[in-house]
Design a protein around this ligand. Structure first.
Ligand SMILES: [Zn+2]
Length: 379
């Protein structure tokens, strides 16, 4: 049995349903410490987090991942107990085998092999591990990133070990994600009798030209890798229910999915400028649920491409689609980010599984990636 499979089994036996960690980070932290990493525990609320770093120089290559898993669902529908990892026909079954305990195991064993080969590697290797990726994602990576930024620590390149592959390992790599910015808008008016509009102020009428402008606006053309930025209203409410009353306020919720050609502040300013130009009286609360990230052609993308092609013989597809990951928080540090992991076909499902061979393939990909980026000895 390979060291990577063995470590995967150890982690899967721990029922770390979010935000529980069940000792996973202790196991990983001990391995990292033994390989010469400085380990920093950064618990926030009920969430355990580790920041581990080997070396003090730049560039900093960081592996990111989570030890928590989603709930099992009905136990009787699992063919084998979810926290008793079980091998059948070349597949490993258990909760978290794909999302993402095999990924954590592969990054740790790849690092062990790499530092044994290159004890005086270039730059630094780091690990950012949380137990709150599947839950509210408040006290996990987001808080660790804030702590790191507060002391000017940086990450140059980040490999998020989430299951990014679709049918074969390495077939898809995420190199970016759109940002998501939401607004809760209240337009203030003056309620009154519908027969005496001169004594009232209709917030629906005030908002109508703003709505027309926001929904017809071409924000950008998108890029080669991203769809154009999109503005969507998700909720729109006004009115008392009575047919003879001008409402006193209008409430709207909206969302912008935006590509990295836009900036957060720029989008906010544009929306507020339109509201002000139409002389709307309003209150607006913004919520950013994820900043966009994009890793352009460069050392990280080249290294990943070479590692995947060299190990699997396949040319990966670059994607910016799909759901969220903690990459959205790490992007705030200005890091280049890729998501690269095992096949995601069964994640969060009953009978979650991963091909045993893929676990070792991922280990080899990560090892080659480390060699590509950091093997050159420190000057
Ligand atoms: Zn995950």
């Amino acid at each position: 049995m390979s060291a990577t499979l063995e470590l995967t089994l150890d982690l899967v036996r721990r029922a770390s349903v979010t935000p529980a960690d069940e000792g996973c980070q202790q196991v990983l932290g001990d391995r990292l410490a033994a390989a010469g990493f400085a380990i920093e525990r950064l618990p926030f609320g009920p969430v355990e987090n580790i920041w581990a770093r080997r070396g003090t120089g730049a560039p900093v290559l960081c592996f990111a991942g989570h030890t928590d898993v989603v709930p099992t669902g009905p136990l009787e529908e699992w063919h084998s107990p979810p926290f008793t990892p079980t091998v059948r026909d070349g597949m490993l079954y258990g909760r978290g085998v794909a999302d993402m305990k095999s990924g954590l195991a592969a990054m740790v064993t790849a690092m062990e092999e790499f530092v044994a080969e290159h004890p005086r590697h270039r730059g630094s290797v780091a690990f950012l591990i949380t137990s709150d990726e599947e839950g509210p994602s408040v006290d996990g990576t987001k808080r660790v990133v804030e702590a790191l930024m507060a002391r000017d620590e940086r990450i140059d390149w980040c490999i998020v070990g989430e299951p990014s592959s679709e049918s074969q390992i390495g077939d898809t790599i995420k190199i970016g994600r759109r940002g998501s910015l939401s607004g809760r808008l209240t337009v203030h008016g003056v309620q009154g009798h519908i027969a005496y509009p001169q004594l009232a102020e209709n917030p629906v009428h005030a908002f109508a030209p703003v709505l027309a402008e926001l929904t017809s606006r071409v924000w950008d053309q998108g890029t080669e890798h991203f769809q154009p930025t999109s503005f969507q209203i998700s909720n729109l409410n006004a009115g008392t229910g009575a047919p003879n009353v001008i409402p006193g306020e209008l409430k709207a919720r909206f969302n912008l999915r935006y590509s990295p050609v836009q900036s957060l502040e720029g989008l906010k300013q544009t929306v507020e400028e339109i509201l002000k130009r139409h002389k709307v009286r309003y209150t607006l609360d913004w919520h950013i649920s994820g900043e966009p990230f994009f890793t352009p052609t460069g050392p990280l993308q080249d290294a990943v491409l070479d590692a995947v092609q060299g190990v699997t013989g396949r040319k990966p597809r670059f994607s910016t689609g799909g759901g969220t990951s903690d990459g959205r928080f790490i992007a705030r540090m200005g890091a280049q980010i890729v998501e690269l992991g095992v096949v995601n076909a069964t994640i969060h499902k009953l009978n979650e599984s991963v091909r045993i061979d893929d676990i070792d393939t991922l280990h080899r990909i990560y090892l080659r990636l480390l060699r590509n980026l950091l093997a050159q000895a420190q000057q």
